[in-house]
Design a protein around this ligand. Structure first.
Ligand SMILES: NC(=O)c1ccc[n+]([C@@H]2O[C@H](COP(=O)([O-])OP(=O)(O)OC[C@H]3O[C@@H](n4cnc5c(N)ncnc54)[C@H](O)[C@@H]3O)[C@@H](O)[C@H]2O)c1
Length: 325
């Protein structure tokens, strides 16, 4: 009987034709997410029992869902963040998890810089008011001459630093496990978190979402920032206390923000952040380009095919089943 693959990521047929062909050529039946949103837990509970493999989007793969997925052998995460997968439960249940390491970082880095420029130069506001027939020629602020602080200095932060090298900016970074060689080669000054928050004009968050990083950006952290500074988050929503961000933006504790990720996704329409003028919001789309989706889709499909051919998928983050003989 043919094995079934569940695709959690959205728009799979449209952006990942090659990946779908690879899976079908290798004898898999591919079931795509028909929604423009992640599957809900209730939807997953109904269907997971049928699948041998998953190309996982942002839906929740917690212990309960994984336990119901009796035939599931491998999850290829459609991206690099795996905070929606209970790795411990997956390991205990013998489910291999792989991520698409190093593929979408450039797109996310580009989006982080796009958000910096959008906030500094007020591009969304100018677009809206010009379409409305107004001629609002308010002043923006330069990216050149600014001090940019990267909170976390892993793959995406380093790619952001590389892309920022074309601007006349000074770059600082804070990381618990700092990569000094990368910092030297990218002309980035490593520093502590407090200095980064106090000195920088732009703080861009690139941390992983872990219990110890939750609400890294809270009331105290925003209070350390300059009132002229802006905050960018293309990382994960739970890193930021959104109530504190709202207060900081509303009361002028900081000047602006560019936000791609939220504590609750999709964002609720009544989220107070959406009432503010000094924030630019995007719907978790930093990695969503046709080129990246095609490459990430192919990577997750190849991981699934490799697994069932007795090979370890590329960049496995739970056990590597075929090493241990
Ligand atoms: N918005 C999107 O569409 C999108 C797409 C891809 C990735 N992401 C997110 O971007 C983030 C960064 O991804 P990456 O590939 O650069 O990850 P990475 O693992 O390469 O880098 C993370 C860095 O954070 C550091 N770190 C870990 N814990 C820390 C702590 N407590 N304090 C300080 N530093 C700490 C690590 O040492 C590492 O250098 C992740 O949260 C990921 O989920 C978002």
């Amino acid at each position: 009987m043919k094995k079934k693959v569940l695709v959690g990521a959205t728009n799979f047929s449209a952006t990942c034709r090659e990946a779908k062909e690879l899976l079908e050529k290798n004898g898999f039946i591919v079931d795509e997410n028909p929604h423009q949103r992640p599957y809900t837990r209730e939807e997953l509970k109904e269907i997971v029992g049928d699948y041998a493999a998953v190309s996982a989007g942002m839906e929740s793969w917690d212990r309960e869902i994984l336990s119901l997925a009796k035939n599931l052998k491998v999850i290829g995460r459609f991206g690099v963040g795996y905070d929606n997968i209970d790795l411990k439960a997956a390991e205990e249940l013998g489910i291999t998890v792989a991520i698409a390491k190093g593929i979408n970082g450039a797109a996310v880095a580009t989006m982080a810089i796009g958000l910096m420029i959008s906030v500094l130069r007020k591009i969304p506001m100018f677009d809206r008011t010009t379409r409305e027939g107004q001629w609002v020629r308010a002043m923006g602020s330069d990216l050149d001459g600014k001090k940019v602080g990267l909170l976390g200095f892993g793959d995406i932060a380093q790619k952001t630093a590389k892309r920022l090298s074309g601007f006349d900016v000074e770059i600082l970074a804070y990381d618990l496990f700092p990569n000094e060689e990368a910092a030297r080669s990218l002309n980035v000054k490593l520093t502590d978190k407090d200095t980064l928050l106090r000195e920088c004009d732009i703080i861009s968050c690139h941390l992983p979402n872990l219990p110890e990083t939750r609400h890294t950006m809270n009331e105290a952290a925003f209070a350390r920032m300059k009132p002229t500074a802006i905050f960018i988050n293309t990382s994960r929503g739970p890193l930021v206390d959104e109530a504190a961000l709202y207060q900081a933006l509303k009361e002028g504790v900081i000047a602006g923000a560019g936000i791609d990720v939220y504590e609750q996704e999709p964002i609720r329409p009544d989220n107070p952040l959406l009432t503010l003028d000094n924030i630019v919001c995007t719907p978790h789309t930093s990695a969503e380009t046709n080129e990246v989706c095609a490459r990430v889709g192919l990577n997750t499909a190849q991981n699934i095919v490799d697994y069932f051919n007795g090979k370890n998928p590329f960049y496995t983050i739970t056990r590597k089943p075929f090493d241990e003989a």
